[in-house]
Design a protein around this ligand. Structure first.
Ligand SMILES: Nc1ncnc2c1ncn2[C@@H]1O[C@H](COP(=O)(O)OP(=O)(O)O)[C@@H](O)[C@H]1O
Ligand SMILES: [Mg+2]
Length: 289
């Protein structure tokens, strides 16, 4: 047997950094994820796509145990998250950076205080070192020094996203979780964020999971794509992950559900969702008649 002691985090190449084993998630009577099995090796950039409400954010949250599986397992670095106590969980969460929907900056804090927050929690640094580290991260995301003293409300949406990204990156996470990083941004700012995600990957060895609606983000940053389908719209024995492959394979997929998503503009998807809702309400009207 060959053993290499070099890498202490990912045990060896066969141990995925992130793994779901036959994982189910329900909220009360509402089942959201059913029998999800997946492996994400260290260093991969995975995009998770799928229509609104299909469970992408829930899936992302199981990775850091913000949501717990109702059945099956979520593992990080070989550890079953359900078996860790709060202190152990905190130790694992330090290894992540997240950019959640809405950015979630602290409104009452300046940009400096926001980006410095993880450093204050997890590192012992002087005020000057902290400031320098924050400035370095802000420069990385293309923000000038004079934003340091601003409050989030004084910044544009794109700048807030960049501050949130700087904050997520400030403690050099091993895993970056992005939840719809470009949603709500104009095409130019979306492109800036895509480029920043790419640059982050090139600069630091990081495993990334990007939940997105944006086919450009998928094509530009991902080396693997999964499409998740709403549980109510797959057959009871069908895999909710209806696609798992490269961005190129995604484009060439002949599955009409994948095609519709890839080709569909937001308007078309909205149209399809409206049509489905109308269909469901027609069905329930018919039932109640
Ligand atoms: N904490 C929660 N409690 C109850 N229901 C939830 C919770 N989080 C998500 N859900 C439900 O799970 C489903 C999937 O949500 P989500 O993962 O946010 O979808 P999306 O694919 O748009 O990210 C939705 O129906 C949502 O209402
Ligand atoms: Mg979501």
């Amino acid at each position: 047997m060959v053993t290499t002691a070099k890498n202490t985090t990912a045990k060896n190449n066969d141990t995925p950094l992130i793994e779901m084993r036959a994982m189910h998630v329900s909220f009360g009577p509402q089942q959201v994820l059913r029998n999800i099995t997946l492996k994400i090796p260290s260093g991969q950039t995975l995009a998770i796509i799928g229509e609104s409400g299909c469970g992408k954010t829930v899936l992302l949250k199981t990775i850091i145990a913000l949501v717990s599986p109702t059945k099956g397992q979520a593992l990080f670095d070989g550890q079953n998250l359900a078996e860790l106590n709060e202190q152990q969980l905190t130790q694992q969460r330090i290894r992540f950076g997240f950019l959640f929907q809405g950015g979630a900056l602290f409104d009452s804090m300046t940009v400096l205080q926001n980006v410095a927050f993880p450093l204050r929690q997890h590192r012992r640094m002087s005020a000057q070192e902290t400031r320098d580290a924050v400035l370095e991260r802000l420069a990385e995301v293309g923000l000038p020094d004079d934003v340091l003293t601003k409050k989030p409300a004084e910044l544009s949406g794109g700048m807030r996203k960049r501050v949130a990204l700087a904050r997520a990156l400030v403690i050099d996470p091993e895993v970056m979780l992005y939840d719809e990083p470009t949603t709500g941004l104009d095409p130019i700012m979306s492109d800036v964020i895509n480029q920043l995600i790419l640059r982050t990957q090139r600069r630091h060895p990081v495993t990334s999971i990007v939940v997105t609606h944006d086919m450009r983000t998928t094509a530009e940053v991902a080396d693997r794509v999964m499409m998740l389908y709403p549980i109510g719209e797959v057959a009871p024995d069908e895999n909710q992950i209806i696609f798992d492959g490269t961005p190129q394979q995604l484009k060439n997929s002949s599955d009409p559900r994948v095609e519709q998503f890839v080709l569909g503009r937001a308007g078309d998807r909205l149209g399809a969702a409206v049509e489905r809702t109308a269909h469901k309400s027609r069905q329930s009207e018919e039932r109640s008649e």
